[in-house]
Design a protein around this ligand. Structure first.
Ligand code: PGA
Length: 261
């Protein structure tokens, strides 16, 4: 079962997720981070940037792999995940740009790009900590409902729900690409630690399905139940549909200090 931590605010969630990364980098200076985009991980990146500065943490050898990218945006588009990762992660955290990878969304080379990305993650020794958000459709990465739980990095068609949810980043809803390249669910499950965050009532159903629902390709987030080390950090609103919330609170309140997150 995933460990579920219910916190009071996005900031508190960000502090906790950042502490997982800080402890990892102290132990493993060239750790491999799996990097999510979207609104959810922003409080984690903010907390992480502050701790890296305050604690003078050397992150120059830290490596990173983004979860996904849109297919077909012009190079340099500000909402391409390559640009977002540079602006919201690499810059603020002071990572070494050449060590942080984003799959290529160039349609002319997309088939090779997916295989290359999968191989690059493997060659790096795999992802140590994978930061994840979850979509209202239940997607992790851009693995929409129906994605094989063993899927590798590949091209997917976005649901209209996801395109509508992401329209806020674009001038018009039609500008949201139809396709993406995403780490597969199989790829994500090979990361050594999953840290999934979710905030707000719009994520409550997806979180309940992911944590407590049957494991099913129809609920891609439920794949985390197959992972031996998954941490789910949610605010009260996103926790609202969790049947066993009292137990998760009890377990967290009584967690042995030696256990770590
Ligand atoms: P959000 O997206 O963080 O912008 O809500 C999450 C996701 O789609 O995985």
């Amino acid at each position: 079962m995933a460990e579920v931590v219910i916190v009071a605010s996005e900031d508190e969630a960000g502090e906790l997720a950042a502490s997982v990364v800080v402890e990892l980098v102290r132990r493993v200076p060239d750790a491999v981070l799996g990097l999510a985009t979207g609104s959810t991980p922003l409080s984690t990146y903010r907390a992480l940037a502050r701790r890296i500065t305050d604690e003078r943490l050397d992150v120059s050898r830290v490596r990173g792999f983004a979860l996904d990218e849109y297919v077909g945006l012009p190079a340099g588009h500000p909402e391409s995940y390559r640009a977002v990762i540079a602006r919201e992660v690499v810059g603020p955290l002071g990572l070494t740009p050449a060590l942080v990878h984003v799959p290529s969304g160039d349609p002319t080379t997309i088939a090779e790009a997916a295989d290359d990305y999968e191989r690059a993650i493997e060659a790096a020794g795999g992802v140590d900590v994978q930061i994840l958000g979850i979509g209202r459709t239940g997607h992790i990465g851009f693995n929409e409902p129906g994605s094989s739980l063993a899927s590798p990095t590949r091209v997917k068609t976005l649901t209209e729900q996801t395109r509508a949810d992401n329209a806020r980043f674009f001038d018009s809803p039609e500008d949201v690409p139809m396709h993406c390249i995403t780490q597969g669910i199989g790829t994500i499950l090979r990361a050594r630690h999953l840290v999934l965050l979710a905030f707000g009532a719009s994520k409550a159903r997806a979180i309940a399905d992911a944590v407590e629902g049957p494991v099913s390709a129809s609920r891609p987030g439920s794949a985390i139940q197959l992972h031996p080390h998954a941490t789910v950090i949610v605010d009260e609103a996103a926790a609202a549909d969790l049947e066993h919330a009292p137990y998760y609170r009890h377990a967290w309140a009584n967690k042995p200090g030696w256990q770590g997150v």
